[in-house]
Design a protein around this ligand. Sequence first.
Ligand code: NAD
Length: 243
Amino acid sequence: MSTNEKSIYKVALVTGAARGIGREIALTLAERGIAVGLCDISPDVHKTCKEIQGLGVLCAAEVADISKEEDVIRAYEAISSKLGAIDVLVNNAGIGKLKSFVDYSISEWDQTFAVNVRGAFLLSQKVLPNMMENHNGLIVNIASIWGLRGTSGRSAYAATKHALVGMSKCLADECHPYRIRVIALCPGNILTDLASGSEADTTDWMHPKDVADVVGYLCDPGSRAIVRSIIEVNGWGKPPEFK
Ligand code: NAD
């Protein structure tokens, strides 16, 4: 496949790409001819990398804990030296537990923020200087419907996703003069390992590809006018009550 036929971008970096939504986003961008850098705390990220290379698309993967600055610096430098300047960043890696508020330990609370918020902050800071210099770029933050609403059992997760939505709004404003697009996606329930253990009826839950296709569209020329947005990706599942 020749590179960059269907996309306005050339090189993407996707976090949490070993499985689930991140893996699907990486494959979907690769299908558009975008070279993809992957990072994940799990060595399975190398399996996604092999799949993408099998499509004939450039890919590089690094095992990294995105909550750690030294890991982010190492992964960013290794990936950008192999693939070139990153013009799409997808902050996808995230964690969350179903747990009542009073049962959260301080370390569980802090770790949720470290991955879901600090990780996105660290990666965004690394890619922004090049994007600003080139007056081109796209940052997609994978938040959640719980970044807009609240429900019992998800206090830490929802707090981090609200933070990610807030960070996206402010960053979009700072990036506007540089023509860098910043978009937060707020998906509802997706069938992945993160959601396993839920006792809910999963009949109408979405699949990772449903979110990946939205990210793919954001790389298509036809979406160029969407420059700063918070997008709900709900599918046909029962809408969460507005709280
Ligand atoms: P998942 O658990 O299947 O995959 C998450 C990936 O992130 C894993 O590969 C994991 O190894 C990686 N990861 C975790 N901690 C990391 C760290 N410190 N550093 C690097 N990588 C790390 O989850 P998923 O369902 O694919 O979720 C992906 C994103 O989508 C998350 O941000 C999640 O909050 C969001 N989301 C998921 C759902 C859902 O229903 N599954 C709904 C809305 C939003």
